[in-house]
Design a protein. Structure first.
Length: 497
């Protein structure tokens, strides 16, 4: 279970007289419950991420003191959570729930990427194909990082292990417990050892990566929505066949691993977080991780879920997350997609084609699969669109990107799946509403000619008609926002243009 301690409370592992591990606390009430539930292990969920990323544990208060506590397998987690929540020394306690990618039958096959035609992505690429400085974190089952259509867009070569800050595997489960409750685990998959090798054994994350950012103009395979953006593979999910709350599932994640993946990604400068997982419960730990990532400026995208219901799926339903429903090739809601007022936008999620795993994801692969179905595959379409917008408007805030995506849509018959179905070209052409503010102590009056530039790295150049000149590179600075007033204007202090 997951527990957030008050600042003065501590828990540590000690050895009993018999040599067994047990937990002890400086608080007597907490100590009594730790003993009652035979707690044997404790782990700080987030502290190591901040030490690794910044050289010091300067994490925000919201993330401090959140512990994963392991209790005896014969004890009830539900009972433990209820009792821990009665203690004044505890801010909250909750089960370490499972988030899952819902199973959708894969029984259709189309060879073409119809989604790019439907969303006018091909026209959008005449304006912007992506910037290598914009990074999409694929927080999923890992990525086949040597796939021929993905390896050029990986932030780093992960063969033999990703360099620090370019990918990580957080999966760390007690396999005995999962088998005990009836899950069938893949014997060839890494379930135990977190490390810097986020290879994809199951294949889900590789499909997500291909939809968002498969390489373009390489004469093979498919192309992602943002074909020149970079990918960070973050493994938080693992294959597990079974039934969970009535759902047939094939891929799950523990909540603490999912939260770690979110925080790790933004601590290592990911601009867009692509999630295709969720749970029907509003959990403190996930909410705090999402809040932190949003404050760091990340655009966060998550799948709405595949239960054909309007029940809120988290983290998709949080205000700081773009919740994505799925449409088919005639702009109808798919039979499986969730719906409701909490959905932000829809994207192609039926009969989708993308990259797949071969030989555990380590070997170079050129394999693809058509007929992919699920909101899991609609979400990365929006992740790629967000990265494309950020490539065209470097430094744009996440609130603005979210607004541009919600407005850059085509109207569709179903009004229960957001503002419409994404049109990549329209989203790219929505005018940013960034504001210039007079932060001084005096009013300003006169003629204005304001240009704001942002460092854009190795940016593409554009012809006068607005089309990209693929043979030319511009300078390293690009106009981000401009204000030109040909008539005298007065701006009061604290006012915006």
């Amino acid at each position: 279970m997951l527990v957030k301690l008050k600042p003065s409370v501590e828990i540590e592992v000690r050895k009993t007289a018999s040599g067994q591990s047990a937990l002890s606390s400086n608080d007597a009430h907490l100590q009594a419950l730790l003993h009652k539930y035979k707690a044997t292990d404790v782990e700080d969920v987030f502290e190591g991420l901040f030490i690794a990323a910044n050289g010091k544990a300067d994490m925000p208060d919201d993330l401090k003191g959140i512990k994963k506590i392991t209790i005896d397998v014969d004890k009830s987690v539900t009972d433990a959570v209820r009792e821990f929540n009665t203690l004044s020394e505890i801010e909250y306690a909750e089960p370490n729930y499972l988030a899952y990618a819902a199973y959708v039958p894969n029984d259709l096959s189309y060879e073409d990427q119809w989604s790019h035609i439907r969303t006018q992505a091909e026209i959008a690429w005449d304006i912007e194909q992506g910037n290598p400085n914009e990074v999409i974190a694929i927080i999923d089952s890992g990525v086949a990082y040597n796939h021929i259509d993905l390896k050029e867009n990986m932030l780093a070569d992960c063969t033999g292990g990703c360099p620090e800050g370019t990918g990580y595997d957080f999966v760390d489960i007690h396999t005995f417990i999962y088998r005990l409750i009836g899950f069938k685990l893949d014997s060839g998959e890494d379930h135990i050892n977190p490390d810097n090798d986020p290879v994809d054994y199951q294949g889900h994350g590789t499909k997500i990566a291909g939809i968002a950012a498969a390489t373009g103009d390489n004469t093979v395979g498919v192309v992602g929505v943002c074909p020149k953006c970079r990918i960070i593979p973050v493994r938080v999910m693992f294959a597990a066949s079974g039934t969970f709350f009535g759902h047939r599932i094939s891929l799950i994640s523990q909540v603490d691993d999912l939260a770690k993946g979110i925080v790790h990604s933004v601590n290592n400068d990911a601009d867009v977080l692509s999630l295709s997982t969720g749970v029907f419960i509003d959990l403190h730990t996930i909410k705090r991780a999402i809040k932190y990532a949003f404050k760091q400026g990340a655009v966060i995208v998550d799948a709405a879920g595949n239960d054909n219901c309007n029940r809120r799926n988290y983290p998709a339903a949080y205000d700081h997350v773009i919740a994505v429903a799925a449409t088919n090739n005639v702009d109808r809601k798919t039979e499986f997609s969730n719906y409701g007022s909490w959905i932000d936008v829809a994207a192609p999620g039926e009969d989708v084609k993308s990259t797949i795993v071969e030989e555990g994801g380590v070997s170079e692969s050129s394999q693809y699969e058509s007929g992919l179905n699920g909101t899991s595959f609609a979400a990365p379409y929006i992740s790629g669109t967000a990265a494309l917008i950020l490539s065209h408007y470097p430094g744009l805030g996440n609130v603005e990107v979210m607004r541009m995506i919600r407005e850059g849509v085509d109207e569709i018959p179903d009004k229960s799946i957001g503002t419409g179905r994404i049109n990549v070209y329209k989203a790219l052409r929505v005018r940013p509403e960034s504001k210039v503010m007079n932060t001084g102590d005096l009013d300003i009056e006169g003629f204005l000619n304001i240009w704001i530039e942002r460092y854009a790295g190795d940016a593409p150049a554009y012809n006068p008609d607005g089309r990209q000149d693929h043979g030319v590179k511009s300078s390293e600075w690009r106009t981000y926002y401009s204000v030109v007033k040909k008539e005298p204007v007065k701006i009061k202090k604290g006012a915006t243009l």
